[in-house]
Design a protein around this ligand. Structure first.
Ligand code: SAH
Ligand code: SF4
Length: 391
């Protein structure tokens, strides 16, 4: 079977070329054709010798993923649904801003972590994506956007691994994909503009620090273990103290001098003043050496059918942000983008066959217990009784 060259980082492609009697620098030329120019037709790669092109046609392909659909939001956000075979699909989202273009990339079909507030989590897990399937999302989107916007310079300046899946539970395929994105002969992203977001797979955070330190975002969502156990089930394996220690170990290798904590604000569940105070305490307890070591990005919950949860009120969001900022913790509120096309954070569901029955389990769970019974709720029942309708 032909090898898909989207699977190889540059050293991998060099080894592939050498095994076929070609010099290493040929691999660089080939790599640039594929990733910088988005070329998949070997006959178009005019500076490669004809015999090499013949070998490539015999042994290799540059194969993207079939596009099942594209949705354009009124705010310029674009969402693609890619076919990954076997009836499964994953989603990729482009978010244009004045000074950058960000691509939100998926790492798995579904997700096994099963966070209570996440549409992908409700879908259950099907399988890990291969390196070429992760890279194909960027490869396709960059080529499409240049043609669509009539541009010849790079459109995608930032990549966030915040699409479907838990990237650090697909580590083997993730790292070569990150290296391709970082490579100057590939997409040339700086480490600061490539972010891996994780729900907290502690051992893999340590490995990432050594193997490929890129910007890190950690999905926190709760100030104590009791609540986080309910919202992010992985917390039962890697509780907050271990997670925050891992963040501290990551920092010396990180391209930025802070970790971003993501915190999805759920009405009456984790958005009360008491939660903000406990969060401030937690961050203070774990700060090593003083100074800023984390920033918070608050994400107002993006609802989806059957979640049984509601977005915090704008007042609660501002009060939460103010409390953290007043305590000296730099905090921003993420703008919702693309929600008219279900492309906002946590709305990505693709079309995944739930092989883990997570959805069934999540929809049977009725109530999220609050971390402490004395916290006021603001009136929204957190019943997850309605089954989530897969699209
Ligand atoms: N699995 C990784 C990356 C994908 S999720 C992780 O959990 O970090 C990307 C971000 O979207 C995470 O911070 C996640 O908690 C957040 N998110 C998930 N569902 C959401 C929803 N319904 N509304 C708002 N944010 C959500
Ligand atoms: Fe998986 Fe992240 Fe969604 Fe949790 S929030 S279910 S880890 S994709």
């Amino acid at each position: 079977m032909a090898d898909n060259l989207l699977d190889f980082d540059l050293p991998g492609l060099a080894a592939w070329c050498e095994a076929r009697g070609e010099k290493r620098f040929r691999a660089t030329q080939l790599f640039r054709w594929i990733h910088q120019r988005g070329e998949s037709d070997f006959d178009q790669m005019s500076d490669l010798a004809r015999p090499f092109r013949e070998k490539l046609k015999r042994d290799a392909v540059v194969a993207g993923l079939p596009v099942l659909s594209r949705h354009d939001s009124a705010d310029g956000t674009i969402k693609w649904l890619f076919d990954v075979g076997n009836g499964e699909a994953v989603e990729t989202v482009f978010i244009p801003e004045d000074d950058r273009g960000t691509l939100c990339v998926s790492s798995q079909a579904g997700c096994a972590v099963g966070c209570r507030f996440c549409s992908t989590g409700h879908q259950g897990f099907s399988r890990n994506l291969a390196t070429h399937e992760i890279v194909a999302q960027l490869w396709y989107a960059e080529r499409f956007l240049r043609a669509h916007l009539g541009r010849s310079d790079r459109v995608i300046t930032n990549v966030v691994m915040m699409g479907m899946g838990e990237p650090l539970q697909n580590y083997g395929a993730l790292v070569p994909a990150l290296r391709i994105m970082l490579d100057d002969h590939g997409y040339g992203l700086s480490r600061r503009r490539l972010t891996v977001s994780t729900s907290g797979v502690v051992p893999m955070m340590d490995r990432l620090a050594t193997d490929c330190p890129v910007a890190l975002a950690v999905s926190l969502h709760a100030p104590d273990d009791a609540l986080r156990d309910e919202l992010v089930p992985l917390n039962r394996k890697y509780p907050l103290a271990e997670l925050l220690d891992a963040c501290n170990r990551y920092l010396p290798q990180a391209p930025r001098d802070f970790i971003t904590f993501e915190y999805c604000l759920l009405d009456g569940v984790n958005d009360q003043p008491e939660h903000a105070q406990r969060l401030i305490e937690l961050v203070r307890q774990h700060r090593r050496g003083g100074g800023v070591w984390c920033k918070f990005n608050l994400i107002p919950f993006n609802p989806f059918a059957g979640s049984g949860l509601q977005r915090s009120t704008p007042e609660a969001v501002s009060a939460f942000a103010r409390a953290l900022n007043d305590a000296g913790i730099v905090t921003t509120v993420r703008k919702t983008r693309g929600d008219d096309i279900d492309a906002a954070c946590g709305q990505l569901a693709g079309d995944v066959r739930d092989r883990t029955r997570v959805h069934e389990r999540l929809s049977k769970r009725r109530v999220i217990p609050l971390a402490s019974a004395d916290l006021p709720t603001s009136g929204n029942p957190t019943s997850g009784g309605t089954p989530y309708a897969t699209r």
